[in-house]
Design a protein around this ligand. Sequence first.
Ligand SMILES: [Zn+2]
Length: 248
Amino acid sequence: MPHTGHILHGRYAVVSCHVERPLDDEVWRRFTALQERPPGGFAIAALMRPPAEDEDRELWLERAREARELGPFGLHTHWTAPDHARPTGGDPAALVREQGAWLRSVDLQPTVFCGGGWYFDRDVAAAVAELGCADCTATAFRPHYLAADAPHLQLAEPTWLELGDGRRLLELPTTHSIGMLARGMLAPYRRQVVHAYFHDTDLLDRVRSSALRAGLGFLGLKRTPSDLDELQRGFRPEKTMSFANSRA
Ligand SMILES: [Zn+2]
């Protein structure tokens, strides 16, 4: 890794995976294979959905520890159900705190957070800051399935979110989906940091999987491959925004 421990000034790319089905053997096999031999040389962050009540915690922990050896480890909260990411009520920040406390109790401290369905509000931001994570729930694009007034944070570049009380949260927005990466192969990237994401379940689809591999290979040639932990250590955003009284 270049410049570790120093301020990063170049043009970087990082990659994260929303691990939706960590207990599905075939999905996990494919994800591990990608983490072990990543196209473009990226340390792919595993943003993992914690196990639901009726899921196998021991197997989940075993796999989370494996993933953590191969790249940054993050918390990906699904608020409603394994297959329903966004909250439908309750206190979204409380679940982030609960899951964060559980991860700490099993010695799996996450370094990154990404809210399921791109849900983000100021209380969640505060919970993420307390957890000591950077956030990557903001997106540079508007997710097509969100209503115009749905809580969501749209940002193109890494930004400090000021939360009030002097606290701030490092936001490293997600900028490219697999499809956007594929389109990017035909046009120059303008941003200083490209953050590409995919879902583990994309790896079950031959077309999406090969688009991802080609896209990451190309991205690794155009940008300096970095990862979400290295950016936290060395990247200092120029932008700051107040998030204390905003409703994302
Ligand atoms: Zn998800």
